[in-house]
Design a protein around this ligand. Structure first.
Ligand code: HEC
Length: 152
């Protein structure tokens, strides 16, 4: 496991100072979702003949990279998450098409985020279908969450 990932997780679960601003409810929902995504990754990994990703291996760096990039995993042009949520998930976003304001995505900047597993799952799948024409795979979702959780 990469040192940064380790640092991230020890900070996430041990040091409360790190998570100042992120409520226990948000932490619980995010942890539960990451565990679910890791469990779902087992089937994907088996098909792809690779090792499954553990919840502790979801990486903030990978998540950030995916968040900023404007190509899908097949290499085709696609709007980045940042196109609507901006490059700084602590800021207000703007819907790229409708121009409607979007409240900050980072849990540290918005106590309403990640308080419902169902809402997160629904939004994730909706977005991924809009942007990539298919749902994101569980590993990608795990990386996104690791990234958003790491935003201070
Ligand atoms: C076309 C604009 C657009 C793009 C691109 C986009 N989003 Fe969103 N996102 C929204 C809107 C609109 C909402 C719902 C409004 C709200 O919750 O404030 C939302 C909400 C969310 C939520 C819900 C969080 C919660 O529980 O409240 C997550 C997670 C999310 N987006 C992640 C992503 C990720 C990851 C990507 C890139 C794969 C992405 N979004 C790309 C517009 C976008």
């Amino acid at each position: 496991m990469k040192r940064t990932t380790l640092l991230f997780f020890s900070a996430l679960f041990a040091a409360s100072s790190y998570a100042a601003g992120i409520s226990n409810a948000q932490k619980d929902v995010i942890k539960k979702l990451m565990d679910d995504y890791a469990a779902q990754d087992k089937a994907v990994a088996e098909k792809a003949k690779r090792n499954p990703i553990k919840a502790s291996e979801f990486s903030a760096e990978t998540g950030q990279m995916l968040f900023m990039k404007s190509r899908n995993w097949e290499g085709e042009e696609a709007p980045a998450c940042a196109a609507c949520h901006t490059k700084d998930p602590k800021q207000m976003g703007t819907h790229a098409k409708s121009k409607k304001p979007i409240k900050p995505l980072a849990p540290v900047a918005n106590p309403e985020r990640f308080t419902s597993e169902d809402k997160v799952e629904k939004n994730f799948s909706k977005h991924c279908r809009e942007i990539y024409n298919r749902d994101c795979d569980p590993a990608e979702k795990g990386h996104y969450l690791a990234y958003l959780m790491s935003v201070k």
